[in-house]
Each structure stands twice: as structure tokens, then as C-alpha cells.
Design a protein around this ligand. Structure first.
Ligand SMILES: *Cc1c(COP(=O)(O)O)cnc(C)c1O
Length: 360
């Protein structure tokens, strides 16, 4: 029996993709091999890789002037990989801190440059909003401006892309990539770990505007240098081959769902169901400003925190798993990634109502 898995990552996968991977586990399309046994330079894997790249480019409408790179290192690795590739001869990078992940990006960048906090969304209740552009204090000549467009832990999502002129915008999309259409051309660099909305851990996707390739610091490890990786079509070293294969299957699944417009409609519905349930109750609390509430990660608290353990136990008994929030925040969090079915949200909302009325 499969549960409804609300984990923030690694996270639930489309069942169809898991079944297909299971079918092909021992023998990928008559090759007599599992994908994980293939040479990354062989024709079979090359076709898997090229198709994944083409499907992602198509889904996100990535223009030809951008390269899509498949790397190792995760979102946290990117916190170092980005400054090492993008500082060039500049000394400063700017950070908009809207939650725990953008704060981590800021802290890591201090190893490489003067990291400047241009805006900080923290209030007495934690991170609950995106500071508007009019309140940002950008530095004089930053190499780039970094954002985290969906804060996985705090549940804060940025829906409008700020207009910052020529300075490259860099965004961490780890927890909402492919959840809705996005205008790639507004950014210099986009990156995301795969294990939230795309697939399995170990693959990091970077989308980089090609004219930014000449800014790498000499200390940048070659395995993480964008220009070298692009020149070798993401095969500078052995890429995470099986994770790329699974990502490719997920891209096909997203296309079959109707692409990002259709996925977004479903995500809006799913998130509304849960936020409406929270807002109409006197037991559940979410403090994020309405216009910045994440569609992917919904943190909430019980007004009576002594009931936390019994809430989680009751949810588990109904097959609703991984609802405990990140240790840094406490309370609950439901992640509603693309692959989490609407039925899972219905079941959660029903359980929450029953629990509040002490019927669960
Ligand atoms: C999960 C996550 C990360 C961290 O990814 P790792 O793969 O564990 O390094 C970074 N940023 C955001 C927004 C995330 O959700």
C-alpha cells in the first residue's frame, strides 16, 4: 500500500514513473542492461541524456542563449559553485533573505566575497513575507543578486520577478521548479536540486546564460566550472546517470499532465484546499502573508502545541506521512509537490477537520 507522502525532500514521485523505472530496471529497452550499468558515453545513455535536456528546455521554454547543465552537489553545493563561477573581478554579491535557504546561501558566499544582505524578510514571527523591491538596499556594483524563489522551510514563495536592470539575478528554485511557468529570460542563473519536484537526490540542474561563462575564479574546482561542464555537455566527469534518467521520465510525465500551465492549475487548487482548511479553523495557524504563501510547502502550527504528537500519530494512522516540520521551525509542514495527488490533500484536510473536532 502506498501512503500519501508529504515529505519536503526527498519527496513523493509519480507512481507511473516508478512503475516504468521498475519495468526497465533489468533491461532498458532491449539493451540488456540497467541504466545504472551503462557507460555515460555510450549511445544509449547519450539518447537518455539528450532527451531529458530537450524535454526540460521545452517545458521551461529555455532560450538557446542558456545552457542546461546537469551537475552534482545539490542546492547547498550551488551556494559555493555560484559565487566561484560568477564573481569575476567583483568583490560583492547581494542577497535577498526571505527564509532559511536564502540565509544559508548568503552565509556560504561569505567564504568567497563580501556577501551583502540587500533585504531581510525576518519579522517577530519568523519569515512571513517577501520584502518589496522598493525596500531593497542593493550594493554599488554587485556581481549578482541572489534569491530563493521558494523557501522550503518557511513556506514563502516569490511570485513576481523583480526588475533589477542588468545585474544578473540568480535564483534557487529547488523546491518549486516545474511547479508553474517561469520567465527564464529574467534570470542569469537558475538552479535546483532534483529531489523535491524532479526526482532523486544527487542531481543538480543549473540553467546558465552563456554570456556569464567567463567569470569563474581560478580556485573553482574544474568539476564545477560551468564553461568546462557546458563544453563537455555535462560529461566533464561522470554525471549522476540514473538520476538523469529518472528526471527524464518525470519530464515526460509533466508533459503528459499538460505541461506547466496545467500543472500550475492543479497546484493552485491543491494549495487553496489546504490553506482554506487552515484559515477556516481555530486550531491551525499559518502566518505567511497571503500573497507570498508557498504552493509547494505549507508550514502550519497547532494553536495547542501539546497536541502535536497526537496529531502526527493520527495522521500516520491514516497513511498521511512526513508531516513534521523542519526541526528549526517546529510544528507541521505539508509539501504538495507536483507528484502529490489531489486525493492526498483531500485526505489531509479531512483528517485535520476530524482531528479539530476530536473525531480523530
Ligand atoms: C532542499 C533545498 C536545498 C538543499 O539541497 P541539498 O540537495 O540538500 O544540498 C537548497 N535550497 C532549497 C530551496 C531547498 O529546498
Amino acid at each position: 500500500m502506498r501512503v500519501f507522502n508529504f515529505s519536503a525532500g526527498p519527496a513523493t514521485m509519480p507512481e507511473e514513473v516508478l512503475r516504468r523505472a521498475a519495468d526497465e530496471m533489468l533491461d532498458w529497452q532491449g539493451s540488456g542492461m540497467s541504466v545504472m550499468e551503462m557507460s555515460h558515453r555510450g549511445a544509449e545513455f547519450e539518447s537518455i541524456h539528450d532527451e531529458a535536456l530537450a524535454d526540460l528546455r521545452d517545458l521551461m521554454h529555455v532560450p538557446r542563449s542558456y545552457r542546461i547543465l546537469f551537475l552534482h552537489g545539490g542546492g547547498i553545493g550551488a551556494n559555493a559553485i555560484v559565487p566561484m563561477n560568477l564573481l569575476g573581478d567583483k568583490q560583492t554579491a547581494d542577497f535577498v533573505v526571505t527564509g532559511s535557504w536564502s540565509h544559508k546561501s548568503f552565509a556560504e558566499a561569505q567564504k568567497y566575497c563580501t556577501a551583502h544582505v540587500a533585504a531581510n524578510g525576518k519579522t517577530g514571527h519568523g519569515f512571513t513575507h517577501v520584502p518589496p523591491l522598493s525596500e531593497w538596499h542593493l550594493s554599488n556594483d554587485p556581481a549578482y543578486i541572489h534569491l530563493c524563489t521558494n523557501e522550503t522551510i518557511d513556506g514563502v514563495e516569490m511570485f513576481a520577478t523583480p526588475d533589477v536592470g542588468d545585474t544578473p539575478l540568480v535564483a534557487d528554485l529547488s523546491s518549486h521548479i516545474l511547479s508553474r511557468p517561469m520567465d527564464v529570460t529574467r534570470y542569469g542563473v537558475l538552479y535546483a536540486g532534483a529531489q523535491k519536484n524532479i526526482g532523486i537526490a544527487g542531481l543538480t540542474i543549473m540553467i546558465v546564460r552563456e554570456d556569464l561563462f567567463d567569470r569563474a575564479l581560478s580556485i573553482c574546482p574544474s568539476a564545477f566550472e560551468w564553461k568546462a561542464i557546458a563544453a563537455n555537455n555535462s560529461m566533464y566527469n561522470t554525471p549522476p546517470t540514473y538520476a538523469i534518467y529518472i528526471a527524464g521520465l518525470v519530464f515526460k510525465w509533466v508533459r503528459k499532465q499538460g505541461g506547466l500551465d496545467a500543472i500550475e492549475r492543479r497546484n493552485v487548487e491543491k494549495a487553496k484546499l489546504l490553506y482554506d482548511a487552515i484559515d477556516s479553523s481555530s486550531l491551525y495557524i499559518n502566518r505567511v502573508e497571503r500573497q507570498s504563501r508557498s504552493r509547494m510547502n505549507v508550514p502550519f502550527f497547532l494553536a495547542d502545541e501539546s497536541r502535536n504528537e497526537s496529531f502526527l500519530a493520527g495522521a500516520n494512522a491514516r497513511g498521511l506521512l512526513q508531516l513534521k516540520d523542519h526541526k528549526s521551525v517546529g510544528g507541521m509542514r505539508a509539501s504538495l509537490y507536483n507528484a502529490l495527488p489531489r486525493k492526498g490533500v483531500d485526505a489531509l484536510v479531512e483528517f485535520m477537520r476530524d482531528f479539530e473536532q476530536k473525531r480523530a
